[in-house]
Design a binder for this molecule. Structure first.
Ligand code: PLP
Length: 387
């Protein structure tokens, strides 16, 4: 059976070049980067080469890059590391739970949190961020691109607001890195997190940018690895993989990759809009990363559609989360003012660097068929048609 994977915002496959680059570091070149012998020196050189590639992807200095276990750790490190009890944090209603739940914990620990809203296109208004500032505001944490809709946030404007107010600015760039240019100088952020497995490196890898001179408390204590900012023996093969993926991403960004990917995504989206009725795009009209579209199909349960598509060989996702046994619609879509019903009828389709035009054709064929079949058995749809 043919299988097509269009859920790259959940995770991406490790690219063959990335896997090849990692392989020797499991076998012959297995040293501990802190050791002084030959093995250790080779490991250290590989870690530093990877650091330079990640720095180049973000337009940072290598010394400003800290390797982590992924986006969640980067977000936690930025938030726990930059604020103290009594401080105020400004974040947004569409952040990933790695930020939102960390903010909840910080509230329990005596911090104050303001969650700014978004408009119907999933955009944070920088004016709202400015309005939320208080004398005790210490940190603004607003993501660069949303994982569910792909909508790009005005991080450069928010960075300016943070600089003027002299507060820290962290951005979760997990869904932006490798898809659009991410330039820490332009953004003017003090901290930024990325995740390896969203850019074709292995799961459980990631990196943070921490601006030189930023006083940040580590999340993990131990040895003096990563310039005292993140203890623990480096994940050598993972770091090598992340470095390779960063190098590939930079070349891809500079050689027209995003425009090609956006054209494939747009073709997919336009065909679905043309072939299916009672359908629309969440976040339409806003700037988006080139790989993502989030579509609603009235009279259909997103979860049922994901399962039916999977049976046909197409992997996509619904933004819904299972909490205490019930399926909850996506907090992101609800924050945009999308109705519960429509949020529940939404799915996310996300392309990767491995996605081909044939894969898109497959989705264009399978999606309308499956939506049609589910609507045939939907009493609500039948009623609406008769009505
Ligand atoms: N932030 C965003 C926007 C994400 O999409 C994700 C993963 O889905 C994360 C953070 C968490 O990253 P990781 O899975 O590497 O911990």
């Amino acid at each position: 059976m043919r299988r097509v994977y269009l859920d790259n915002n959940a995770t991406t496959p490790v690219l063959p070049e990335v896997f090849e680059a990692m392989k020797p570091f499991y076998l012959e070149e297995f040293g501990n980067a802190s050791s002084i012998h030959h093995y250790g020196q080779h490991a250290r050189a590989a870690v530093e080469k990877a650091r330079a590639h990640v720095a180049a992807l973000l337009n940072a200095r290598p010394a400003e890059i800290v390797f982590t276990s992924g986006g969640t750790e980067g977000d936690n490190t930025a938030l726990f590391g930059l604020v103290q009890r009594g401080d105020h944090i400004v974040t947004s209603s569409i952040e990933h739970h790695a930020v939102l739940n960390t903010c909840k914990r910080l509230e329990q620990m005596g911090c104050e949190v303001t969650v700014v809203p978004v408009n119907g296109r999933c955009e944070v208004d920088p004016g709202e961020v400015r309005k939320a500032l208080r004398p005790n505001t210490r940190l603004i944490s607003i993501m660069m691109a949303n994982n569910e809709t792909g909508v790009i946030q005005p991080v450069e404007e928010i960075g300016k607001i943070a600089q003027e107010a002299d507060v820290f600015f962290h951005t979760d760039a997990v869904q932006a890195a490798g898809k659009i240019p991410v330039d820490v100088q332009k953004i003017g952020c003090d901290a930024l997190s990325i995740s390896g497995h969203k850019i074709h490196a292995p799961q459980g890898t990631g990196a943070m940018y921490i601006r030189k001179g930023t006083l940040i408390q580590p999340l993990i204590y131990g040895g003096s690895h990563e310039r005292q900012r993140r203890a623990g023996t480096e994940n050598l093969p993972g770091i090598v993989g992340l470095g390779k993926a960063a190098e590939i991403s930079k070349q891809w960004l500079e050689s027209g990759g995003p425009a090609e990917m956006a054209a494939m995504r747009d073709r997919l989206q336009d065909e679905i809009l043309a072939r299916v009725e009672a359908v629309g795009v969440n976040g339409q009209g806003a700037p988006r990363v080139p790989n993502t579209t989030n579509l609603w199909f009235d009279f259909i349960e997103g979860e049922a559609l994901v399962i039916a598509l999977d049976l046909k060989g197409l992997a996509v996702s619904s933004g819904a989360a299972c909490s205490s046994g019930a399926i909850e619609p996506s907090h992101v879509l609800l924050a945009m003012g999308v109705s519960h019903e429509r949020a529940r009828s939404s799915i996310r389709v996300s392309l990767g660097k491995q996605t081909t035009a044939d894969d898109v054709d497959f989705a264009i064929q399978v999606l309308p068929e499956t939506v049609g079949r589910l609507r045939e058995i939907s009493p609500l749809y039948q009623k609406a048609r008769v009505g």
